[in-house]
Write a new protein. Structure first.
Length: 492
């Protein structure tokens, strides 16, 4: 304990030395002006100690929200819209014929070289529900719930490589270091359950998204808002369980001692992240009891497990969809599911549209439809926003990388399809359209920042006013420009 106190004293002396230098160098120096403003803010009570002590406490929205929670279903790798939602009979007519010159003019691709061949979908499409939405026979269960969906066929992005596109979709910035939407949501609104993380992430498909953990980072926000990755199995969250030989009473005594030391450090150094650290330790302690309960699918009735195709004890997308429902039911603010395996380039049987794509659809179609049905029958769909999609679209042409005989599609940023369901969005509609090849948007283009502004709006947050000071700027999810806007055509 004495050694720890000595270390804290050393840190305090370093902090005091920096303050003394900034003050004494020049009363008119920028450093002195900035320091005096910070000290004045602290004296005025500008530092909200209550918020620092309880960073996940519920906070009021900027205006009346439609959604209390978000479940974002990310099909990592980018699902091919031509084979799922964007029916193009003209493309089928031109299957394996050379791509028209007017399509290729001025275009660049991640992997396609030379003059590629057009690639019509091998799957049948049909219209579903009162809305008449076109859906592929790969997604029969999703087809059965189209009257609950707001399908957007005119999404576009600025990125055509996976990592920057992942980051742009989830953090609003193509570069690592920005905060994810789930972090923004919990920073702005807190969480209704103080015994669970406000932002939960689950991964299936055998791999993280290409952007890795940066896709659920807290970025420049306090680290308590970072997404917490949960897993199926004996240890749902790494490093939360007590080590062998440590009782819960011993853990409590340890945390009490750490809290006193961290409070002493905060009094001397004044770093708000120290209080965040205390909050994280306390949350982890509470999670030791709350997480096993929420992750226990064995408590679900057999008919619910059958609805999702879930199997307790396994790690699967079906299990994660059911867990997402259980989490929002218990007050978790933002649940992010990543399912890897949709990157259908056609370089082999493991990433083509004839073998790999049907596998992914079989794994996800039933649980996605089950999630929306289950939320609705429990009265949760009216207050939960569900978002399904990937990071960009796929080309209308066959990639044929290195002469591959397998069928697949290259990356395509100019148009892709997503859908939304639940709180505050229109139901049974299809928004936007693309040309005969599904290559360019012909009606109602919607940018990624527009989607983010709309999601925040549904949560009761104004994306243009909602910000965090960092590096001299008021950082925003939608970036510094004023162009992004809430898309009213998506809203009920």
């Amino acid at each position: 304990m004495d050694r720890l106190r000595d270390e804290l004293d050393r840190q305090h002396r370093r902090a005091v030395t920096r303050r003394h230098f900034l003050r004494s160098a020049s009363r008119l120096s920028l450093g002195a002006i900035a320091l005096n403003e910070l000290l004045a803010k602290e004296a005025r009570g500008g530092v909200d100690r209550q918020a620092l002590d309880h960073p996940l406490a519920v906070k009021p929205p900027m205006f009346a929200p439609k959604a209390k929670a978000v479940i974002h279903l990310d099909m990592a790798g980018a699902p091919p819209q031509h084979d799922l939602f964007d029916w193009k009979p003209k493309l089928v007519e031109l299957h394996l014929q050379p791509c028209p010159d007017e399509v290729l003019k001025g275009q660049s691709f991640a992997f396609i070289k030379g003059r590629p061949l057009m690639l019509g979908t091998p799957y049948k499409f049909a219209q579903h529900g009162a809305s008449g939405a076109w859906v592929s026979d790969l997604l029969p269960n999703i087809g059965s719930i189209t009257d609950e969906l707001c399908i957007v066929r005119s999404m576009r992005t600025t990125e055509f490589n996976h990592a920057p596109a992942d980051l742009f979709m989830h953090t609003g910035d193509r570069n690592a270091g920005a905060a994810a939407m789930g972090a923004w949501a919990t920073y702005g609104l807190g969480s209704e359950n103080q015994d669970l993380p406000g932002f939960v992430v689950m991964i299936s498909g055998g791999s993280d998204p290409t952007a890795g953990k940066s896709a659920w980072s807290s970025g420049f926000l306090p680290s308590v808002y970072q997404g917490v990755q949960c897993r199926s199995g004996r240890e749902p969250v790494f490093f939360v369980n007590d080590p062998p030989g440590m009782s819960r009473e011993t853990r409590r005594a340890t945390l009490d001692a750490l809290k006193k030391l961290n409070e002493l450090e905060h009094e001397k150094v004044g770093d708000p992240e120290t209080l965040t650290r205390i909050a994280q330790y306390e949350l982890a302690y509470r999670m030791q009891l709350s997480v096993p309960e929420v992750m226990d699918l064995g408590s679900e009735p057999p008919e619910v497990l059958e609805l999702y195709g879930a199997k307790p004890g396994e790690s699967s997308f079906a299990n994660h969809c059911l867990l997402a429902r259980r989490m929002v039911e218990r007050g978790v603010r933002y649940v992010q599911l990543f399912d890897w395996g949709w990157d259908v380039h056609g370089t082999g049987a493991g990433d083509d549209i004839l073998e790999q794509l049907p596998k992914k659809c079989l794994e996800t179609d039933r649980p996605v439809a089950a999630l929306i049905k289950d939320l609705k029958r429990r009265g949760l769909l009216d207050e939960t926003l569900v978002v399904w999609g990937g990071e960009f679209g796929r080309t209308a042409m066959n990639e044929a990388r290195d002469g591959s005989r397998f069928l697949g599609r290259d990356h395509h940023p100019h148009c892709f399809t997503i859908f939304l369901a639940g709180a505050g969005v229109k139901r049974g509609v299809t928004i936007g359209a693309t040309d005969d090849f599904g290559y360019h948007i012909t009606d109602n283009p919607i940018d990624v920042h527009d989607l983010q502004a709309t999601i925040l709006h549904l949560l009761g947050l104004d994306a243009h006013k909602f910000s965090y000071p960092y590096k001299g700027l008021n950082q925003r999810l939608i970036g510094p420009a004023d162009d992004p806007r809430v898309r009213d055509e998506l809203l009920a």
